[in-house]
Design a binder for this molecule. Sequence first.
Ligand SMILES: CC(C)(COP(=O)(O)OP(=O)(O)OC[C@H]1O[C@@H](n2cnc3c(N)ncnc32)[C@H](O)[C@@H]1OP(=O)(O)O)[C@@H](O)C(=O)NCCC(=O)NCCS
Length: 342
Amino acid sequence: MISIRPACADDAVALNRIYNQPSVRRFTCALPFTSLARTQAVLADETATHARLVACGADGQVLGEASLRREANPRRAYAATLGIMVDETAQRQGIGSALLAALLDLADHWLNLHKIELTVFANNEAAIALYKRFGFVTEAVLRHEAMQEGVLRDALAMGRLRQGLPRDASLAPPRPPQAPRAPFSLRAPHADDLPGLAALCSLPGICFGTTGRPFMTPQDVAHLAAPESRAHAILALSGEVVAGLAVLTPGRGRHLHAGTVESLLVHDAYQGQGIGRALLSAVLELADCWLGLSRVALAVLADQDHAIRLYESFGFEVEGRFAADIFRGGAYADSLAMARLR
Ligand SMILES: CC(C)(COP(=O)(O)OP(=O)(O)OC[C@H]1O[C@@H](n2cnc3c(N)ncnc32)[C@H](O)[C@@H]1OP(=O)(O)O)[C@@H](O)C(=O)NCCC(=O)NCCS
């Protein structure tokens, strides 16, 4: 007899024991010797979580856990990331299915989530079979995505999408008059740049082509100039104007070898001046020569032909297509998953 209930702080010891089981750890992104304090911290900080459920046996013992993580970007508020694990002594008894059914009921009928996403090691046959039974499909094969027992392994990005969502057919906004070609320089952002950065990220062409949104405030971009930020941001300046931005975020833990280009954007009026190429080149030099990353990944809206060609010219390859990856102009637009391996 299995019962499902919300996780609570007292579950930390039981969950930490499961995180540290070798056959569970192999397929999650937990590191060996995950401390109890770390597990307690995860349970204490649920601001980034929609729901965390545990499955208990007849004696009340915690045998499994599943969670849905919220998306930080409001344009992706309809999406959440799923994580799940079952005690290695209790697998293949229907616990994973029971947890997944409960979470998907929450997602579909209570949280109004339209897309559930996850990544799973490509050699995790059990989980892939489970996800397929619940309607998940493979959207991309992410090469060398994470470390698993000494080897960089591929992972599948899988998604489960609500049917009937309005699909994107929005037209690009008209290009504004172009600024005269002028020299530009690259540097790290300062706190003084935040208003210019917010204005850049809110431009119509940027919102259309990226994950920015109208009316962003300096506070929305403050993390880019914060000393404690893990993101490496590079600005392009044309005179006093913030004309471009690139952001590279290195991974953590079992993703230490991998980085993500979170943003690469050039002001609507300064495109075609070589700023994007210079920013991407700077970001990749950082990745290759200073951070030692062997995988750099990004997602690009599927209709951004210029950007896709630019990425391909630097060795990025398409790894798949994320359906309904971002809300744009009242509908849902697809992105391509791209990555460059060294
Ligand atoms: C993946 C996992 C959560 C499945 O939980 P579970 O309780 O064993 O799953 P269930 O008993 O509900 O099985 C549901 C279905 O999953 C698939 N499945 C489960 N174990 C399987 C296995 N060893 N081989 C093949 N398929 C398997 C089957 O389709 C199964 O249905 P069936 O028993 O009717 O054939 C569990 O194996 C686990 O915790 N693994 C380690 C952590 C992990 O991989 N987490 C996911 C990271 S993305």
